[in-house]
Write a protein that binds this ligand. Structure first.
Ligand code: ATP
Length: 270
């Protein structure tokens, strides 16, 4: 059961230089997660405790998982990921036990960065219905809170949670000593998108006419994950045409294709 829901990576292959447009957010993550791991004495001498948990919130595909991985890589910590939805939906009745297992695995692999994606699945505002599913979710969340409350902040385990649904969160998890540092991770602005295009085209064989600044201007509202998808798709067009160089036209076609698939997806979900 454990192996299926928990992803454990010893040396995640992501660095800060692979993340575009989130300078301020990265600074905060480094200050709250990296510094206490690398320089605990700084906190001791000033006499403050570092935050126990950090919550990243914002739309999907904006780099939240990447940031958690990068900070684990930077601190030579084991990266342990679990999705809140899997905790409660995949193995009904096992949520609380999985949370206990999660923290046990973290203790066995110190230093460790524990990343809980989709935290809203276990920490939503209480609903009125008293279904058994709800009770199970509550138990899972209580277990998480008690693991965090019983935590020695000096330990070498840091917890990062992420959500796309900040509005849904039960405020209990945001109390001091829990996820008491909130970092908003928005979609990139134009400058951010250009950086992300640069990152994902680093290894690509670009024709002279490719202008990443123009592409960044044309992709308003897209996430980092969308920008990455455009780069990959542009490469696919070149391969299909038997070319080694990727042209501006390939990127344009990739943009259109992404727009189209978004529209289609929108229609399906209606
Ligand atoms: P979700 O909420 O869907 O889990 P997320 O915010 O955790 O999303 P990631 O998994 O970090 O998103 O991003 C998905 C992929 O999109 C990354 O592996 C990366 O290739 C690309 N990406 C997203 N944001 C950025 C960024 N800011 N810089 C560079 N690449 C990015």
């Amino acid at each position: 059961v454990r192996a299926k829901v928990m992803q454990v990576e010893q040396n995640p292959d992501v660095g800060y230089e692979d993340i575009g447009g989130l300078d301020e957010q990265l600074r905060e993550v480094r200050e709250t997660v990296e510094m206490p791991m690398e320089n605990p004495e700084l906190f001791d001498s000033v006499g403050i405790k570092p935050p126990s948990g950090v919550l990243l919130y914002g739309p999907p595909g904006t780099g939240k998982t990447m940031m958690a991985k990068a900070v684990a890589a930077q601190t030579d910590a084991t990266f342990i990921k679990m999705a809140g939805s899997e905790l409660v939906h995949k193995f009904i009745g096992e949520g609380a036990k999985l949370v206990r297992d999660l923290f046990q695995v973290a203790r066995d692999h110190e230093p460790a960065v524990v990343f809980i994606d989709e935290i809203d699945a276990i920490a939503s505002k209480r609903t009125d219905s008293k279904t058994s599913g709800d009770a199970e979710v509550q138990r899972t969340m209580m277990q998480l809170l008690s693991e965090m409350d019983g935590f020695d902040e000096r330990g070498d385990i840091r917890i990062i949670a992420a959500t796309n649904r900040f509005d849904m969160l039960d405020r209990a998890i945001l109390r001091p000593g829990r996820f008491d540092r909130l970092i908003e991770v928005p979609k990139p602005d134009e400058v951010g998108r250009e950086q992300i295009f640069e990152i994902h085209t680093r290894g690509m064989n670009l024709a002279d006419d490719v202008d990443l600044g123009t592409l960044a201007r044309e992709t308003d509202e897209l996430s980092g994950a969308d920008v990455k998808a455009i780069c990959t798709e542009a490469g696919m067009y070149a391969i299909r045409d038997d070319r080694e160089e990727i042209t501006m036209e390939d990127f344009r076609r990739a943009e259109k294709k992404l727009e189209q698939s978004d529209t289609d997806a929108g229609e399906v979900s209606k």
